[in-house]
Design a protein. Structure first.
Length: 241
């Protein structure tokens, strides 16, 4: 008489549910990591949009500063605040920031100009939501990011070897800076001719020293636009970190 076949251990059947739970847990972790990656990608895109918007605001403001500076020199109006990086209209700069944010699939939610140094702080929100994931709420969540661009003057009036004006809450001559870069301060008569309040071609023009390079401005240069420094020669724009 043969012996009955041995039965498999009961533990073999009990281990199968454990495997199912382990696989389900690993799958959930993989989906969770994927959701984190989605959020990080969305955040990175929003940060790129914020950086571009801030730089766009600073560059537009730099262009306006340059235009206004040469207009003031032509007319004999006050130009000193403009050379210091203040006095241009900041609204067009923020409009430009909004346009660039849109080009990067984001919406500009805030643009705040400030001075000392002249800067533009922007905040954007990504247009596209993070998307559906195993983490609740991501389907309606939008990444947000902030960035600040600084507009720094690169020139001072004078000759090579002269000490550049110091920057801070008080400028040489006792002028107090404005609260925002959209409004200039200072003596309204600075830069004008003695007899003609509107200035003439005989009004002496300042020499400019930009990062060690001297620019000798002549009235003819102002009228034909030749031989003048570019906006990038006069002002630097960078992201504040």
């Amino acid at each position: 008489m043969t012996a009955p076949a041995a039965r498999p251990p009961r533990d073999a059947g009990q281990a199968f549910p454990v495997y199912i739970v382990a696989v389900a847990g690993l799958l959930f972790l993989a989906l969770a990591f994927f959701a984190v990656g989605q959020a990080a990608a969305s955040r990175g895109g929003a940060q790129t949009a914020a950086d571009a918007a801030a730089l766009a605001a600073g560059q537009k403001y730099r262009d306006r500063l340059t235009e206004n500076l040469f207009d003031a020199l032509r007319s004999g109006a006050d130009w000193r605040d403009l050379l210091d990086g203040r006095g241009a209209d900041s609204r067009v700069a923020c409009d430009n920031a909004g346009w660039f944010a849109g080009r990067n699939d984001a919406v500009l939610t805030d643009c705040t100009p400030d001075s000392w140094p002249t800067s533009f702080a922007v905040q954007v929100r990504a247009r596209s939501a993070v998307g559906r994931s195993v983490i609740p709420g991501t389907e309606s969540a939008h990444a947000r990011a902030t960035a600040t661009a600084v507009v720094e003057p690169r020139c001072h009036a004078g000759a090579i070897g002269d000490t550049p004006p110091t920057t801070g809450p008080q400028t040489p001559g006792g002028r107090v800076p404005s609260s925002t870069p959209g409004h200039g301060t200072g003596d309204p008569g600075a830069g004008k001719g003695k007899d003609d309040p509107h200035g003439t071609d005989d009004t002496p023009l300042p020499g400019l020293v930009c990062d060690g390079k001297a620019w000798h401005l002549e009235p003819g240069d102002l009228h034909d636009g030749r031989g003048l420094p570019e906006a990038t020669d006069l002002f630097a724009v960078r992201l504040a970190r």
